[in-house]
Design a protein around this ligand. Structure first.
Ligand SMILES: Cc1ncc(COP(=O)(O)O)c(C=O)c1O
Length: 389
């Protein structure tokens, strides 16, 4: 059976160039970068080179990048790391951290953890397309606010937030601004300086790099409290022996992303738009998220009378891998907090599905999907008590 991977927002296939760059760091250059002998120096040079590649993709300096074990860890370090240094503001009233209702659990759960410790968190609502309101943001800032954390682009519905405007507002109010850019990196050109971003989280496995590696951009001058204490790696911010192959892979993935961004985004947009145009021809089908301010690889639909999980399984039988909810919550069968936040009711939320395209997908695959999906929807509707036409 033909198999088509349309779940690239959840993870991506490691690029062959990335894999080839990593292999020697398992086999030949296996030294510990902290060692001062030749083995150590070789590994150290590779880590430094990777740091340069990540920095270059973001418009950051090399020494503003630290390596982590993924997007979730980067988010946690950014948010808790700043918060723990601002403990003294805890007793004052008012919201201290501002975030949005549609963040990834890596941000939301870090914020909830801080709330349990006495911090105040304001969860900004979003409109029906998933955008925060900048006036809401402005009016939510108080003298006790020390951090704004708003995602660059949403992992479920693909909506891209007005990051530069948020950055300017944060800067005007002298509040630090962290953005979870896990989904945006490699799909949207990013320059942290132009965007007025202080902290930015990214993850390797979303950009054709290996799983279990990520990075955090920390603007020079921003101080954080580490979450992992130990040997003092990464300027004391993230102790633990370097995952050299993973870091090399992330560096190569960033290099490729920079080199291929124009070509990739044109390709992804063509495929995404094929899906959107064809699938929306189905009766009572709707696009979730913003029609234009959305990630080039994201198509998120809802269908009246359909249960998303059944559609996912029906497509899976035809070899097509899709997703309902985010990768972390898709097994929980709870209505997605993102879809509820854009105003869908639980039934509509459960009738939604995400198709996310990647570099390797083809137009032929999209044609197969746009034929297969209506068949599955039609079949499910004949059995659905919610569809009695
Ligand atoms: C927006 C967003 N933030 C954070 C993460 C977590 O990244 P990681 O899997 O590297 O921990 C994800 C992964 O799905 C994501 O989509």
């Amino acid at each position: 059976m033909k198999r088509i991977f349309l779940d690239n927002a959840s993870t991506t296939q490691v690029d062959t160039e990335v894999l080839n760059a990593m292999v020697p760091y398992f086999t030949r250059y296996y030294g510990n970068p902290s060692s001062i002998h030749a083995y150590g120096r070789e590994a150290h040079e590779a880590v430094d080179a990777a740091r340069g590649s990540v920095g270059k993709l973001l418009g950051a300096q090399d020494d503003e990048i630290i390596f982590t074990a993924g997007g979730t860890e980067s988010d946690n370090l950014a948010i808790k790391g700043v918060a723990y240094l601002n403990k003294d503001k805890r007793t004052s009233p008012g919201p201290h951290i501002i975030t949005s209702a549609i963040e990834h659990p890596g941000v939301l759960e870090a914020c909830r953890h801080l709330e349990a410790q006495g911090f105040k968190v304001k969860y900004l609502p979003v409109d029906s397309q998933g955008l925060i309101n900048l006036d809401d943001l402005r009016t939510s800032i108080s003298k006790n606010t020390f951090l704004i954390t708003i995602m660059f682009a949403n992992n479920e519905i693909g909506t891209i937030e007005p990051i530069q405007d948020i950055g300017k507002i944060a800067q005007e109010h002298q509040v630090l601004f962290h953005t979870d850019a896990v989904q945006a990196v490699a799909k949207v050109p990013i320059n942290v300086k132009k965007l007025h971003v202080d902290l930015l989280a990214l993850s390797s496995h979303k950009i054709y790099g290996p799983k279990g590696t990520g990075a955090l951009f920390i603007r020079n001058g921003v101080t954080l409290q580490p979450l992992i204490h130990g040997g003092g790696h990464e300027k004391g911010l993230r102790s633990s022996t370097y995952n050299v192959p993973g870091i090399v892979g992330l560096g190569k993935a960033c290099q490729l992303a920079g080199r291929r961004m124009k070509k990739d985004t044109t390709h992804l947009k063509t495929l995404r738009d094929m899906l959107i145009k064809n699938i929306l021809q189905l009766e009572e089908s709707y696009l979730n998220g913003h029609p234009t301010q959305r990630l080039v690889n994201n198509a998120h639909f809802r269908f009246t009378g359909i249960e998303g999980e059944s559609l996912l399984l029906g497509l899976d039988k035809k070899g097509i891998a899709t997703s309902t909810g985010s990768a972390c919550s898709s097994k929980k069968l709870k209505a997605s907090h993102v879809l509820l936040a854009i105003g869908l009711d639980p039934v509509q939320a459960h009738g939604s599905i995400r198709l996310s395209v990647g570099r390797k997908n083809t137009k032929t695959e999209m044609s197969y999907v746009t034929e297969a999906l209506p068949e599955v929807v039609a079949k499910l509707r004949t059995m659905s008590p919610l569809w009695n036409r």
